[in-house]
Design a protein around this ligand. Structure first.
Ligand SMILES: Cc1cc2nc3c(=O)[nH]c(=O)nc-3n(C[C@H](O)[C@H](O)[C@H](O)COP(=O)(O)OP(=O)(O)OC[C@H]3O[C@@H](n4cnc5c(N)ncnc54)[C@H](O)[C@@H]3O)c2cc1C
Length: 468
């Protein structure tokens, strides 16, 4: 029996249901990964993320080779041709079965359905597994049998339905029979991708496992207090790894329990809070599956599509470059432009500034984030943007608009984060750093908008909508 394990957002060997089951059932296993550059472009996948994927594949290839599993890279333009590509590969290599872990956005679901029927027609078995979150999307329902659209009751249900076996790790599979196929040389893919910010993102399953263990034991307890201060390295920076499946959600939750006397929802306040953030990720995965319209360019609250957004290319570009003249906003944007990652507090501040103070359509921001984030994930990014723009599930109320200057005073009191990302302001006194009175003196920018007036205009734009 020869099987193929198709890797997608699950670039690991430990606790990988598709790989584990393929190995259990087959003498020989081949790993494949399919490069779909046009599709990635259409999905706005960031260059830094694509480079991260390729470098992660290199590590995955080394781990798979220890199990006698070659990793073959296939290429096709987009999802349209994937079923054909897999069928041809399977027939050329006398493959009996295909294994993969599910993905939940609509394009991926459609792609997988096509693969299913194409291979079944030719008597090739297809086995798919639930993997990305603990409860399979679609399985948690409210008392009235509807899908959750509010986080807190979703979280309660998540815990109520949790079974011990859902938190059991699958081991790394046993070694397979030697294969006649050779792994693809991945170095060329890496060198042809954009390597400019790759030094910020080490790769590898062992690397992230060690990082999370160390994070939880040294910073876990302080997470709740420190997580909002971007000048402190207080969050785990797990997001690129969990989103590419280099580590599973289950693995992370088990580590949290190990650092909290076996508990997830009580005990150490810091660790419990970290778990609740992981559950926000799970919540948005359920949302994207249960309400596919959100991944099809539609707001969750339908009538917010009638908001009269400003069309202002100049302002949008200044926001993108981190030149709005609001230091905390610019610092966040520059952090992302440079590293491919932005602190969560800054994601909220920059997103609210674009969608409220500039009253520019949040979808412009959603797209720009996807184009630049190493952890860009359609579910969490869409969820975060719709939360900030007050168009989404369990979103911030439209009248509760964060004031970036107040946020800056509160979460970057000494201006350390601002000074790091905006060197022009390094000599600006602390008393002025959050909103310099004469920014041009430092070679910095005048504010794009008056915060109070623009806030009022945003509230009015939302109030113009009927039935909010
Ligand atoms: C406008 C906006 C856009 C966002 N875009 C993305 C995105 O594309 N990809 C992404 O993974 N996250 C996104 N987030 C959520 C959050 O900002 C990041 O997950 C977090 O900053 C990652 O840093 P960390 O790994 O250090 O998080 P930690 O604070 O250490 O949290 C641990 C993990 O919990 C999950 N998590 C934490 N906060 C959230 C949240 N608010 N929503 C969903 N999951 C969360 C992440 O998987 C994270 O890695 C976005 C938030 C906003 C407001």
């Amino acid at each position: 029996m020869r099987s193929v394990c198709w890797f997608r957002n699950d670039l690991r060997v430990e606790d990988n249901p598709a790989l584990y089951n393929a190995c259990l059932a087959s003498k020989s296993v081949i790993g494949i990964f399919i490069v779909t550059q046009s599709q990635w472009k259409e999905h706005d996948d960031a260059k830094v993320k694509i480079n991260f994927w390729f470098r992660s594949l290199l590590k995955l290839r080394d781990s798979l080779e220890k199990l006698n599993i070659p990793l073959v890279i296939l290429e096709t333009k987009d999802y349209e041709n994937i079923a054909e590509t897999i069928l041809k590969f399977s027939q050329d290599n006398k493959v009996d079965n295909l294994y993969f872990n599910n993905e939940y956005p609509i394009n991926e679901l459609r792609r997988d359905r096509k693969v299913f029927s194409k291979l079944k027609e030719k008597d090739i078995g297809v086995f798919n597994y639930h993997d990305q979150v603990i409860h399979a999307p679609g399985t948690l329902k409210t008392q009235s049998d509807t899908n959750f659209s509010v986080y807190s009751p979703f979280k309660r249900k998540w815990f109520a339905e949790l079974k011990d076996e859902q938190l059991k790790l699958l081991p790394i599979p046993e070694k397979k029979e030697a294969s006649d196929l050779k792994s693809t040389d991945i170095s060329e893919y890496i060198s042809q991708s954009d390597t400019s910010n790759s030094h910020y993102w080490e790769t590898g399953e062992e690397f992230i496992q060690e990082k999370i263990k160390s994070f939880l034991s040294t910073k876990g307890s302080k997470y709740k207090e420190d997580r909002n201060f971007p000048g402190i390295e207080a969050t785990s920076k797990l997001s690129p790894y969990i989103n590419s499946g280099i580590v599973s959600s289950k693995w992370c939750l088990i580590q949290a329990m190990e650092n909290n006397n076996g508990f997830l929802d009580e005990g150490d306040k810091g660790i419990v809070h970290w778990v609740s953030e992981i559950l926000w990720r799970e919540f948005y995965k359920h949302i994207i599956y249960n309400f596919p319209k959100v991944s099809m360019g539609k707001p969750f609250i339908s009538n917010t599509s009638n908001i009269k957004w400003n069309i202002d290319e100049g302002a949008l570009n200044r926001w993108k470059k981190g030149e709005t003249g609001i230091p905390i906003v610019d610092a966040g944007m520059r952090e992302m432009n440079e590293t491919g990652w932005m602190h969560n507090r800054l994601r909220m501040i920059t997103a609210m500034f674009l969608s409220k103070n500039l009253l520019i359509n949040w979808q412009e921001g959603e797209k720009y984030f996807m184009e630049n984030l190493v952890d860009g994930d359609i579910a969490s990014n869409n969820g975060g943007w719709q939360w900030s723009a007050s168009t989404g599930t369990d979103a911030a109320p439209y009248f509760r608009i964060m004031n970036p200057e107040t946020q800056s005073l509160r979460f970057d009191p000494k201006g350390d984060y601002i000074k790091f990302w905006i060197p022009e302001l390094k000599d600006c006194p602390i008393s002025e750093i959050h909103m310099p009175s004469d920014p041009e003196k430092y070679g910095y920018f005048k504010p794009l908008v008056d915060l109070k007036i623009s806030r009022q205009k945003a509230i009015e734009a939302f109030q113009d909508l009927k039935n909010l």
